[in-house]
Design a protein around this ligand. Structure first.
Ligand code: HEC
Length: 109
């Protein structure tokens, strides 16, 4: 009886050690990902996941001509201009919308 009991105890200990090992290794495996996550601060602006309308504007809208001040045009004029300039600058819709929003919020009304 005692041998059977000690077998069971040893089995539990072995199982516990196995689970601990699995937990420890999964924590260890997760560590590099956490290190990557904290490194995002060092990512240069060009690959920053979320650029603002103002940032996109200063990146794209002075490539071909000097950038215009948002106050130079009304919100309605910016809408028309962006229809043309989105195509000229070959911008994805999401970026064009952010730029338009920036220009309209700072427009000459
Ligand atoms: C690929 C080159 C190119 C890029 C990039 C570009 N533009 Fe232009 N833009 C032009 C040209 C060429 C003209 C003049 C001819 C025209 O109006 O189509 C112009 C004209 C303009 C005008 C004057 C329009 C008018 O009716 O007086 C504004 C304002 C303007 N662009 C804003 C922008 C903004 C905002 C962006 C960024 C989204 C931008 N441009 C990006 C080429 C470009």
């Amino acid at each position: 009886m005692t041998t059977l009991k000690s077998f069971k105890t040893r089995g539990r200990i072995a199982l516990g050690a196995l689970l601990l090992g699995a937990l420890a290794s999964s924590l260890w495996a997760a560590e590099p990902a956490a290190a990557d996550g904290s490194a995002t601060n060092a990512v240069p602006a060009a690959v920053k996941p979320h650029l603002t309308g103002a940032e996109l504007y200063s990146i794209h809208c002075n490539r071909c001509h000097a950038e215009r001040y948002p106050t130079e045009r009304t919100a309605a004029q910016w809408k028309t201009i962006m229809l043309h300039m989105q195509i000229r600058a070959n911008l994805p819709g999401k970026q064009a919308r952010l730029i338009l929003q920036y220009l309209q919020e700072n427009s000459g009304r």
